[in-house]
Ligand binder design. Structure first.
Ligand SMILES: [Zn+2]
Length: 193
């Protein structure tokens, strides 16, 4: 009887550790208790690999990582997460299918509510976000912000970086100066005569 008691006690105290360190669920994917964190004004540091965020999977070939901190606090009884993160997102240019890098630098304040009906109660300066059953993961917070900021159709901004049909681009870039020069010189000659 004594042994059984000790066993169950050990098991109970071990359970959380086993859960938190399990490689199958990285810390950023864990649903966090927003009431507990906001009461404690807790800081949560994180690193999130973008390719593993399910709702960003629509961006084909997405890679990269963001790192940052979520600071939780209370505001008029509402759980608020101050989110700061930065990093680099690697996307696939939809014009040339080449890799492009987009710098990410996000600062936002999120008002966390548990039901759709409460969304209207979130003050304007906060970004409303649903935390069903009072829980949300860092991954979900980051994902929501990136859905708003990353381009849905990523395209290289500078033509030089965009490698559309490399052969055609190369001849278009080199040929014109060669062929235009003789005509320019001819025009000069005609003017002088
Ligand atoms: Zn491109």
């Amino acid at each position: 009887m004594k042994q059984r008691l000790r066993c169950s006690k050990d098991f109970d105290s071990d359970t959380p550790d086993t859960y938190y360190t399990r490689p199958m669920s990285p810390p950023w994917s864990k649903p966090l208790d927003i009431d507990r964190l906001s009461e404690a004004e807790a800081d949560v540091d994180f690193a999130v690999p973008l390719a593993e965020l399910p709702r960003l999977a629509q961006l084909a070939g997405l890679a990269g990582e963001v790192r940052g901190r979520a600071h939780f606090r209370r505001q008029a009884g509402m759980a608020v997460a101050e989110l700061n993160f930065s990093g680099t997102a690697r996307l696939v240019c939809q014009r040339c299918l080449g890799t492009m890098e987009v710098g990410v630098d996000a600062t936002t304040e999120v008002g966390l509510v548990t039901t759709e009906a409460d969304v209207s109660r979130v003050p304007e300066e906060l970004e409303p976000m649903l935390a069903p059953e009072g829980r949300i993961s860092v991954g979900e917070l980051v994902e929501e912000e990136l859905l708003l900021t990353l381009p849905i159709v990523p395209l290289h901004e500078e033509a030089a970086a965009c490698h559309v049909a490399p052969a055609a681009a190369a001849s278009a870039a080199e040929a014109p100066p060669e062929t235009q020069k003789p005509f320019a010189q001819l025009a000069e000659l005609l003017k002088r005569q």
